[in-house]
Design a protein. Structure first.
Length: 137
């Protein structure tokens, strides 16, 4: 059960090359509708892109993306049917992929994985500014 101060929106995505683009637009539109700082939106879009791309690349199945606005943060969750945890890699600088979880670890204020019988949820949070609302001034 979510706290009563949360606003939640969800999007079902098919597993295709356009999934990450649609997920970014979904998060951008949600953050915009909540009138939150653009910097929060930029980080949330980037990290959402990484999580959705991981599902497309490594799971190959439809997924659901949820965005939640809480008092102190926005939280994005990506559900997929795999019970395999994402793997943090330390890619060679010449590799053009493999940095998704590193980015999540570096830019999110918190992140994690919740395993279920039918899959997992990978989530991250991006903290809002000190007034707890993150509204643009």
């Amino acid at each position: 059960m979510m706290a009563s101060d949360a606003t939640i929106v969800a999007l079902e995505l098919s597993n295709d090359v356009g999934a990450a683009r649609r997920a970014r637009a979904f998060v951008r539109d949600a953050v915009h509708s909540w009138r939150l700082q653009s910097g929060v939106s930029d980080v949330a879009q980037l990290l959402t892109d990484e999580l959705v791309a991981n599902v497309v690349r490594h799971v190959g199945a439809p997924m659901q993306v949820r965005a939640m606005w809480r008092r102190s943060c926005i939280r994005v969750e990506v559900d997929d049917p795999s019970v395999q945890r994402p793997v943090r890699r330390d890619p060679d600088p010449s590799e053009d992929h493999g940095r998704g979880i590193l980015l999540v670890e570096s830019l999110a204020s918190a992140w994690g994985v919740e395993l279920r019988r039918d899959g997992k949820t990978v989530w991250f949070e991006v903290a809002l500014n000190g007034d707890g609302r993150g509204h643009e001034r």
